[in-house]
Design a protein around this ligand. Structure first.
Ligand SMILES: CC(C)(COP(=O)(O)OP(=O)(O)OC[C@H]1O[C@@H](n2cnc3c(N)ncnc32)[C@H](O)[C@@H]1OP(=O)(O)O)[C@@H](O)C(=O)NCCC(=O)NCCS
Length: 172
């Protein structure tokens, strides 16, 4: 872990730098639609945007990582989705992604959210406590191999059903 790492919520003055970080991180990603930096901008214009759950990772005053959790619904219940998570290539594999997730979960537990869902690598997200969503009967509103859709519970009982995302994610 980097000693000078600071995780804090995003501020208006960070937005351009965040855009560049997300774009650069996903340029080398295995799975990307090349639109993640635009997704962040779109989400900020919706009711599902949660500024208190949008985090930058800073090293010596430079933003090197970013995580956004936005509100989703499962039935009538409130939950959050982690998307995107991005760390600049030069700073990857130093625990920054995990630190962003952990900070987000800690903060989210103060809210009234049932769980966090994520679409991504099971190898990576299981390391942060994410579990397959299927046994919880929580389903994505789009086609995805089951192992890539995961959930991190904040409560002992979770709602079940199909996840409803912000319109910022586009139509599925
Ligand atoms: C995925 C990403 C956010 C991880 O951030 P990071 O700061 O490098 O991750 P951490 O240092 O916290 O975790 C590193 C660990 O995860 C593993 N890991 C990293 N990326 C992985 C991947 N794509 N699949 C599986 N494991 C991965 C590493 O091997 C390492 O394991 P270890 O702790 O057992 O040694 C970063 O690689 C990234 O920005 N990638 C490009 C964008 C992207 O793909 N985002 C995720 C979309 S779902």
């Amino acid at each position: 872990m980097i000693e000078t790492l600071v995780i804090r919520t995003e501020q208006l003055r960070d937005f351009d730098e965040i855009r560049a970080v997300v774009k650069t991180a996903f340029a080398g990603a295995e799975h990307t639609d090349g639109d993640e930096h635009n997704l962040v901008d779109r989400l900020r214009c919706t009711e599902e945007y949660l500024p208190e759950l949008s985090f930058v990772a800073e090293v010596k005053g430079e933003i090197v990582g970013y995580a956004m959790f936005s509100q989703i619904n499962i039935g009538m219940s409130k939950a959050i989705a982690l998307a995107p998570l991005a760390v600049l290539p030069a700073f990857q594999n130093k625990g920054i992604g995990r630190a962003l997730i952990e900070t987000g979960h800690r903060k989210a537990k103060e809210g009234d959210f049932y769980c966090s869902v994520v679409l991504g690598s099971p190898e990576y997200y299981s390391g942060s406590g994410y579990l397959p969503a299927l046994p919880f009967e929580i389903e994505a509103p789009f086609e995805v191999p089951a192992q890539f859709y995961m959930v991190f519970p904040f409560k002992s009982r979770l709602p079940h059903g199909t996840v409803r995302y912000s319109k910022a994610f586009g139509a599925f």
